[in-house]
Design a protein around this ligand. Sequence first.
Ligand code: NAD
Ligand code: ZN
Length: 371
Amino acid sequence: MSKLETVHVALGARAYDVLVGEGLLANAGEHLKPVLKRPRVAIVTDETVARLHLAKFTESLARAGIAQQSIILPPGEQTKCFAELERLLDRLIAAQVERNDVVVALGGGVIGDLAGFAAAILRRGVEYVQIPTTLLSQVDSSVGGKTAIDTAAGKNLVGAFHQPRLVLADIDALDTLPQRELLAGYAEVVKYGLLGDADFFAWLEANGERLIGGDKAARRHAVAASVTHKARIVEGDERETGGKRALLNLGHTFGHALEVEAGLGDQLLHGEGVAIGMVLAFDLSVRLGLCPAGDAARARRHLARAGLPVTPRLGNAWPDPERLIAHMAQDKKVSGGKLTFILARGIGQAFVTQEVTTAQLHELFAAARAA
Ligand SMILES: NC(=O)c1ccc[n+]([C@@H]2O[C@H](COP(=O)([O-])OP(=O)(O)OC[C@H]3O[C@@H](n4cnc5c(N)ncnc54)[C@H](O)[C@@H]3O)[C@@H](O)[C@H]2O)c1
Ligand SMILES: [Zn+2]
């Protein structure tokens, strides 16, 4: 078997390992066995992932003598809703998932968030294992224990902190991922460099193209490095109470507003919004005299070269700044009525602030439009 990297997430009684490498799905049975109290799992996945990857996974379970039952849901963000949660819980109960059993989330962030939340509340909490199959879910959503569904009022408004028991990030799964989804996940990889690791950002400048092109060693390194960053931040602030975890929201206040304005659909993927949002965060940092202009230019250049959008334009239209600011005010990141922004003193030096004014945001959007 090819090289595996293990990232340990040190959360005391809730500690777990994230394995990153090739062939993990094909050998998943062996990796799962030590975390099972009885040789049986319930798998939650979506139709697309089931078609591409489920057989390989269930065969490896069978070889390891692990019985399984699969629950296959429709793909897409709409699946993260109350109705699907209820149906999923009913099916997990019908599958006789007991208190000591393990639920496996096989798929992207949608499946991970929904199945993780179902596991958090089924019989007051059963264990779950994440097998993330998108780049975004491998570097972000599968690690850290945030689970949620969306409501009519917005994304991720109902959920729980529930850490997985194990995460298997199989680099091979990314081979079938559409390029646009891969790039959206890449934006989150770049985020880790921009927020706290200038050396990693420089590595991405040198190796990003290889990674996007399919190079397995580059992908393994980037996923493991990203997970390590996320793990260290989560370890320092598991429930986002200390401010440290908020750094992970670099680009997200802007990105989320753009996503909402674009209708939370296919027009702008989450990672695309984050790419634009990170560029805006760096531009704002420069405008406030906090960050060298050269660093902001480097961030923008790298994201653009990777093929990600870097200007806050939706199709051919420039969104109305008033509306964007109104969306930001609805964000979970608002506390005490103040907007929270992640700004940077340079590449790898992000910090949290609530000192940005509406006037500064208007100037920023006007400048982006004029550029
Ligand atoms: N919990 C967290 O900390 C956290 C962090 C970031 C994002 N999220 C959530 O994650 C979700 C987005 O995750 P995502 O981008 O993985 O979306 P997703 O789960 O919708 O996956 C994107 C698309 O790719 C398909 N797909 C998945 N794996 C594939 C593969 N290997 N080959 C081909 N197609 C594949 C899916 O069927 C889907 O159509 C959002 O709901 C977001 O709120 C959660
Ligand atoms: Zn994100």
